[in-house]
Design a protein around this ligand. Structure first.
Ligand SMILES: [Zn+2]
Ligand SMILES: [Zn+2]
Length: 273
């Protein structure tokens, strides 16, 4: 199984050393882990100026050597994107080399999508500008996958839990078309399964519409900020993907994509270490 969204101590909101997550990954049947620490260019963000690319890349190299032959470890990044910081993001991506890059929208209209953001706003006020930024992220072609495609549902307070992706299908279809044209994925972010939404980001409805649109490229990640959640929810996600008509998951090395069949991923997870 592939856990392609794991944070480490190079993220402002995480204290877990990489080695600890690698041991947890192996115990959970994960065969490949990508450390995707936050890269924040939004000046108001708590993570602004926190990320240290050289130190991060050195740390991944050490971990790759330590776990060689046991676990594939990828140098990844979760790069925050919105049109207001596009120039800085482009410059950053031109500067450093990763195996795998997630593009994630965390801000809409210049404001962090967090529970307080919903106050005084309707679901439309939140999701429409958010999906517009996601579309812009896809259209850049800069990323391998899009993080937590329907993120605002993670933070929706009790007053805003009626989110139904069907209401945004008109905003999602252009995103699917752009993803397919760019040969970009979106991820199934399993953190929603263990958080308030109790469903992955996105859930099966969106995956099914994407498949109907002709899309097949999916990545899987737990968005772990703690070692005990590495690999969590990935087996259920593989079942869900199959039910939606997806039979393989994308893996990366040096930004090159290859597809691994879900049968093989399940077999590798069961095989003794
Ligand atoms: Zn994120
Ligand atoms: Zn994350």
């Amino acid at each position: 199984m592939l856990d392609y969204h794991v944070h480490s101590e190079f993220s402002v909101d995480c204290r877990v050393p990489m080695a600890e997550s690698c041991r947890a990954a192996m115990a959970a049947g994960v065969t490949e882990i990508a450390f995707t620490d936050h890269v924040d260019h939004e000046p108001a963000d708590p993570g602004y100026g926190y990320y240290r690319a050289e130190a991060y890349l050195r740390s991944v190299e050490q971990i790759q050597a330590e776990f060689a032959g046991q676990l594939t470890v990828l140098a990844g990044a979760e790069v925050d994107f919105n049109l207001g910081i596009a120039d800085q993001v482009e410059r950053f991506l031109g500067q450093y080399t990763f195996d795998f890059v997630i593009g994630s929208v965390h801000y809409a209209g210049g404001v962090l999508i967090f529970p307080e953001y919903f106050r005084g706003r309707t679901l439309d006020d939140v999701f429409r500008p958010y999906y517009a930024q996601v579309l812009a992220a896809v259209e850049t072609g800069w990323f391998d996958t899009i993080g937590h495609l329907d993120l605002p549902k993670r933070y929706a307070p009790a007053t805003h839990r009626s989110y139904d992706p069907l209401a945004y299908r008109d905003a999602l279809e252009p995103i699917f078309a752009a993803l397919i044209q760019q040969r970009m994925s979106f991820e199934i972010n399993t953190s929603g399964l263990r958080q308030t939404p109790k469903t992955s980001m996105p859930g099966p409805a969106i995956v099914r519409w994407y498949v109907e649109a002709g899309g097949r490229l999916i990545t899987t990640g737990t968005d772990s900020h703690a070692a005990q959640t590495v690999g969590a929810g990935i087996p259920q996600t593989l079942d869900m993907l199959e039910l939606c008509g997806i039979d393989s998951v994308s893996a990366f090395k040096g930004r090159e994509r290859r597809q691994i069949s879900i049968d093989d991923l399940r077999g590798a997870a069961r095989a003794p270490a």
